[in-house]
Design a protein around this ligand. Sequence first.
Ligand SMILES: [Zn+2]
Length: 184
Amino acid sequence: MERQLQAAQLNCPSCNAVLTPWGHGRSREVRGEFGARLFVCPRRSRCSGCGITHVLLPETIWPRRADAAEVIGAGLEIAALGMGHRQVAAHLGRAEGTVRGWIRRFKGRSEDVRRYFTVALVALADDPVMPDPSGTPLAEAVSAVAAAHRAAATKWSEMHTASRWEFAGRAITGGVLTCSLPAS
Ligand SMILES: [Zn+2]
């Protein structure tokens, strides 16, 4: 991402003009798997067209989440097996309220996520195998993500380096960009 930024290969999600380097955002701590603590200093960029600044996040973290994509994704996969948020929280060693928030948000988007990754699966796979309807909307969305990731990993071998939920986050957000409003 840094390389793309320096080479003027990133475009503004609002107006599509080239993004230029613009310092760094506030560093933040992200909790990884097994209690790992990651410190992330997001890169900031400024649009050469509309002047809006954008924070560029690495794929291991999602906007406004204190936990790594891997951890949240693991929690969603456990929830898809039918466990409630308390069991998921105990399994991951996270606060119940935090996990309930992930699950609630994901449930609210599960139909969009399922549809998005089902379309992606059909586009990516030569011979797409649809996941079995597994009951809950949450479980079906998780299955669709997994199936699309497998298809992507088959099609592009470098996708192996992106784990399932990093892949999902990239696809869901349509890029690694989150917008911050220009200071007024
Ligand atoms: Zn712009």
